[in-house]
Design a protein around this ligand. Structure first.
Ligand SMILES: NC(=O)c1ccc[n+]([C@@H]2O[C@H](COP(=O)([O-])OP(=O)(O)OC[C@H]3O[C@@H](n4cnc5c(N)ncnc54)[C@H](O)[C@@H]3O)[C@@H](O)[C@H]2O)c1
Ligand SMILES: [Fe+2]
Length: 387
């Protein structure tokens, strides 16, 4: 058997309604002063109102950084670090979607008293080294799985996204409270849910680090996500569907943290960078087209996933045929959850596709995991198909 390493967040707490006990949980970790990193949308819908009273009753001081934007910038990270340092915080909570959780990871590292590195030193794989503050992640979207990954994605400059990948960013605790996700708008539910599905699909076909544990997690994640995404989108208040989406996203996160994502994400990032298309939607726009491109090298894996994702046995046929069915099914799903399906629907001009392809080539960290080599011309053909 191929050698592999598997790591994940040490503690996972899963209980609807449990976020009200966040203050107590921080106290149990020995915290006296906590920074919660979140975003203005979450503050506005009142999700913090469920957790802040618990800090007062636990006697734990709390400061809130609520300026995280979608696809957070390096400037935002540094602002949050300053707030954390000003309050001498000894624990950081990420409370939100991937954007807030990613910022929280970087703050936990950069606001640690003995940190001697700066943010630019951290970009890349295993460049962030040393200690960090304790870190609890509370996802409010069922998408990125950031609560169980050692990854933070930052927008650097005007349009480029850079990743920090380091075991030091692996959170200590993931707290899943599905009640926090009940008010997530349909389009965000759909896009973040597809993001989670992409994590599992790309982990399952990851070129070098695919392994039996990540495979098992990816399969279970896809079972939960594909069976519940439509209900979660159409009946937002369905707690059971929301709980399964949240767990599915976590399992997909565990899978891709150990068997990394590939060309779907590599081609999605330039769309977020240039056009501010949300991360999940960017993935959804290129997903079927990358899968069609990958099929010659990944048909067997796609055929294995097909009955799990579609929730029914495939008609007998070659792996290639079953892969094709799966890709068609995914295209139907995108329509069913009412996400735009084409780049032109998202105001991407056709004459920009070449620039997107050139930028996608910069994501070699991800492209090396793809089951099929991707050249710049291939990337352009995929964007053309998605246009
Ligand atoms: N660290 C990782 O492993 C990883 C993986 C994938 C993506 N990412 C990054 O994560 C970011 C995307 O995260 P995301 O897709 O979760 O979106 P997000 O965090 O940007 O949030 C999207 C929007 O949803 C709103 N929202 C979140 N939860 C809500 C709730 N419960 N109710 C109402 N509104 C709510 C927010 O206010 C925001 O406007 C990107 O920056 C992406 O690059 C990180
Ligand atoms: Fe993603």
């Amino acid at each position: 058997m191929q050698a592999f390493t598997f790591t994940t967040t040490k503690t996972i707490l899963n209980e609807a309604g449990s976020a009200t006990r966040l203050g107590e949980l921080c106290k149990d970790q020995g915290a006296r002063s906590v920074l919660i990193v979140t975003d203005p949308g979450i503050r506005k819908v009142g999700l913090l109102d469920k957790v802040l009273p618990g800090f007062a009753s636990a006697g734990v001081k709390v400061a809130v950084f609520d300026e995280t934007e979608a696809d957070p910038s390096d400037v935002t990270v540094l602002k949050a670090v300053d707030l954390g340092k000003a309050h001498k915080v000894d624990l950081v909570v990420g409370f939100g979607g991937g954007s807030s959780m990613d910022v929280a990871k970087l703050v936990a590292f950069l606001a640690a008293p003995k940190c001697s590195q700066s943010l630019p030193d951290m970009y890349g794989v295993n460049n962030a080294k040393g200690a960090r503050l304790p870190l609890i992640q509370v996802p409010t979207t069922a998408g990125t799985g950031s609560e169980v990954t050692p990854i933070a994605i930052v927008t650097t400059g005007a349009t480029t996204k850079s990743g920090v990948v380091s075991s030091i960013l692996q959170p200590d605790i993931a707290l899943l409270d599905a009640e926090l996700t009940l008010g997530l708008p349909p389009q965000v539910t759909a896009a973040t849910g597809i993001d989670a599905m992409v994590h599992a699909i790309e982990a399952y076909t990851s070129r070098h680090k695919k392994n039996p544990v990540s495979d098992m997690l990816a399969r279970e994640a896809l079972k939960l996500l594909s069976a519940n995404i439509i209900t979660a989108v159409k009946e937002g208040g369905h707690v059971e569907a929301r709980s399964k989406m949240l767990l599915g996203a976590l399992l997909a996160g565990q899978a891709f943290a150990n068997a990394p994502v590939a060309a779907v994400h590599a081609l999605a990032y330039p769309l977020g960078g240039h056009f501010h298309i949300p991360h999940g939607l960017s993935n959804s726009l290129v997903l079927p087209h990358v899968m069609r491109f990958n099929a010659p090298n990944a048909a067997r894996e796609y055929a294995e996933l097909a009955p799990i994702i579609m929730g029914r046995e495939c008609k007998p046929g070659t792996a290639a045929k079953q892969a094709e069915h799966l890709i068609d099914w995914i295209e139907d799903l995108v329509m069913e959850v009412e996400l735009p399906a084409r780049l032109r629907d998202c105001k991407v001009p056709e004459n920009f596709l070449g620039k997107l392809a050139a930028d996608a080539m910069l994501q070699q960290r991800l492209l090396v995991n793809n089951p099929r080599d991707v050249t710049e011309k291939d990337a352009l053909d995929i964007y053309r198909a998605a246009f």
